[in-house]
Design a protein around this ligand. Structure first.
Ligand code: IYR
Length: 222
């Protein structure tokens, strides 16, 4: 006997023409997404951040454990502390830890140890991956594919932010231990991604990069 209920899938078939129209429109939208380091300090309504988090949290994930915690920081003191700690680590990364094979591919992107976006943007959302979960018997058990799950969730969050007309940046300070301390998260949660969210600065710039073509990134076997 199966005591885990199933319900009918809610799904409406779209006509092929409207599928194509949607797919093209969606691609046009996503093609315009860019990562900029230049944020305006213009306020962003909290509800927009909540909705982006809810969208990210619809991601498919390992064993439906939803192994993520999103910490959305608006408080200026906290953002300053995050920036100071991130810059401390990043200064070491850029000046000591980064081998030439790494710095040579970052050079065209103009990244450096200055993380002004952490204090310029009105919101900084930090995504924590839950490495363990509490079982119903009170013991701790593992989560499954938490990195993949959170990666997908972050992608969906980024897409939601872009769709609403805001910008975000995937910042990966390394090591990330300071985030757990400053944001007071439990030891089974590990910071994975820092995403300032807001409006782009008026003079925001982005590197002149090209995306790979469909032929470059795919193989079709028909
Ligand atoms: N984590 C550093 C360095 C960095 C690494 C990669 I790979 C990038 O695509 C960009 C930056 C930082 O966030 O600056």
């Amino acid at each position: 006997m199966n005591d885990h209920p199933f319900i009918p899938l809610e799904w409406n078939e779209k006509a092929p023409a409207s599928m194509l129209k949607f797919a093209e429109k969606h691609y046009r939208l996503m093609k315009q997404r860019r990562t900029t380091r230049h944020f305006s300090s213009k306020e962003v309504d909290k509800r927009l951040i909540e909705l982006a988090i809810l969208s990210g949290s619809t991601a498919p994930n390992g064993a439906h454990l939803q192994p993520w915690t999103w910490v959305a920081v608006k408080n200026s003191d906290l953002k300053s502390r995050l920036r100071k700690a991130a810059e401390e680590e990043e200064r070491k990364t850029y000046s000591e830890r980064m081998p030439p094979a790494w710095s040579e591919v970052l050079a065209p992107l103009g990244t450096d140890a200055v993380k002004a976006h952490l204090t310029d943007a009105p919101w900084v959302v930090v995504l924590f991956k839950q490495k363990k979960r509490q079982r119903s018997n009170g013991q701790w058990g593992p989560t499954y594919y938490a990195t993949e799950s959170c990666g997908i969730a972050a992608g969906m969050f980024i897409q939601a932010i872009h769709g609403m007309g805001l910008v975000t940046l995937t910042h990966t300070p390394s090591p990330m231990g300071f985030l757990q301390k400053i944001l007071n998260r439990p030891s089974h949660e590990e910071a994975m991604l820092v995403m300032p969210v807001g409006y782009p600065a008026q003079n925001a710039m982005v590197p002149d990069i090209k995306r790979k073509t469909l032929e470059d990134v795919s193989v079709f076997m028909e």
